[in-house]
Write a protein that binds this ligand. Sequence first.
Ligand code: PRX
Length: 649
Amino acid sequence: MADEEEAKIESRLEGKDIYSPPEGFKEQANVNDPEIYEYAEENYEEFWADKAERLDWYEKWDEVLKWDPPHAEWFVNGKLNASYNCIDRHVKNGKGDKTAIIWEGEPVDETKEYTFSELQDEVSKFANALKEMGVEKGDIVTFYLPMIPELAIGLLACARIGAPHSVVFGGFSPEALKERINDAESEVLVTADGYYRRGGTIKMWENAEKALKNTPSIDNVVLVDRMERDIEINEERDSYYHELVKDQPAECEPEKMDAEDMLFLMYTSGTTGKPKGVVHTTGGYLTGVSATHNWVFDIKDDDIYWCTADIGWITGHSYIVYGPLANGCTTLMYEGSPDYPEKDRFWEIVEDYEVTKFYTAPTAIRLFMKWGEQYPNEHDLSSLKVLGSVGEPINPKAWKWYHEVIGGGDCPIVDTWWQTETGMMLITPLPGITDLKPGSATKPFPGLRADVFDSQGDSVDTNEGGYLVIKRPWPSMLRTLYQEPERYVETYWSEYENDIYFAGDGARKDEDGYFWVVGRLDDVLNVAGHRLSTMEMESALVDHPAVAEAAVVGKPDELKGQVPVGYVILESGNEPSDELAQELRAHVGEIIGPIGKPAAIRFSDDLPKTRSGKIMRRILKKLEKGESAGDTSTLRNPDIVKELKDKVQ
Ligand code: PRX
């Protein structure tokens, strides 16, 4: 039997395992009546209007949804401020002394906490400093920061004055940072001198400086001296964060923003080399992330909520900063790695702070599994009530381990499917209602319509694989791609009718209507939950003088889900060698960042190509999976497949 068939049967058998919400949990859940699905399906706009009412608005909207496919406006003409909603209104409601952010540095015992009142002061001061620098409503501020409180404060400061932020993940390279600053034409960059990682120091400033050599729009750099390193700065351009905010007033009137004003820009990898600037707006985004956070994590006033993502990715934006803070929830941020000083660091944090809701990625869970249960078992994890998973499919074995070893067998697991573009979770359990099946993200959030289509746009049969689509707009959907409106339409809304969102993922729906997401069908890789474009890696490879042609595909990996593998044809005069392979890997790492480094380089004289010369990456993917290449008769050079197969084995 082919592996694929076996896997299918295994996952169907797994599908028979059902975990119902624990009785005690169900009763106390924020939402526990299954009729909510029917209600939201039939009263979609009322449902979302009701969720928007959870926020404070300066002016109410005239219309909940204006849908001119594929362009949506939500809460039309409504006015609000995201920073106000995440901070000030809680202070006004008497929660000023409640802890808003708990920050834990990587060095043990380095912690900081901010109450909502303190956060209000800090955010206002930084907002005033940005204003003084000349940042105005609509100006895009770029952040390149580690997981330190100034990152959350910075985002909220921008939101306060109506300046959209663009956060570039701290692990990205100077090249990637430069490209994103230039695309957004940012005048201000907020960065840091460095940060701790596994006990060592990452010199962030040196990376930022390299990028800054070619970013003509930047007038000001704000530098957080996280490490108090002795570095040379450009006095005219650069100022230290602490000096800038020191004498600023702790009040800053929030801007009244339109619901459809851009809240932030987030670059993400697509199927071409150029990253896409995903645009999220204010009213719909905040409505969507706060509502989903509240229901999916069953948020209570005394929760200590911890999402282990980095704020440099969408998960951190939606579910470390905006969702939790809009809900007045205490959100925990951790700077460092899970194995410093020991492999029990996460569980030590859970125990110390009595974390109640915990959100992480399958790649991390698989790593914990590999390290062994002795690490979590050393700690009291009984405070945990809901466990979340995001970023890639979670295999049933990891799901069950998470449930048993971390959750003690009685915490619902919420496996949440969503994307940078969707802004909020779209396919997810509701822990007080949904019967869970390990490995399935279960069902669309109330009111949403998801389906699995074949290439013709028809729904596929039960348990048949196909393309995941969303058939209704949702409030926190991306509105466009920054400065590329046509690419927005083409990428997401052109595969089928223009009101069908094409997610780029493969999935199947089982006999109970549960969705089983398989992963990307396009040239996007998911490496340890990080989204990377194979095209970006290919451009990085061919950028090296020894490389004539390159193709990058994903290879399944037990821990990381997928790892990139580069197939390379060398320019004549170059010989394959281990040294050259190392050099090419390092070269890609330098251009994209360490996470983009191919796990292996396979040199070859040729690559499988169609008669028109297109590289058949599909065949390379199959080889990496150890599967048969299938029909190669349409290739110009079918013989190369056998040669490559020998190299892979
Ligand atoms: O392939 C899906 C996978 O991650 C992709 C989105 O990546 P990104 O925009 O970086 O956002 C990640 C965090 C939301 C999706 O197209 N993915 C995300 N969550 C899941 C998932 N695949 C399966 N199950 C999930 N729960």
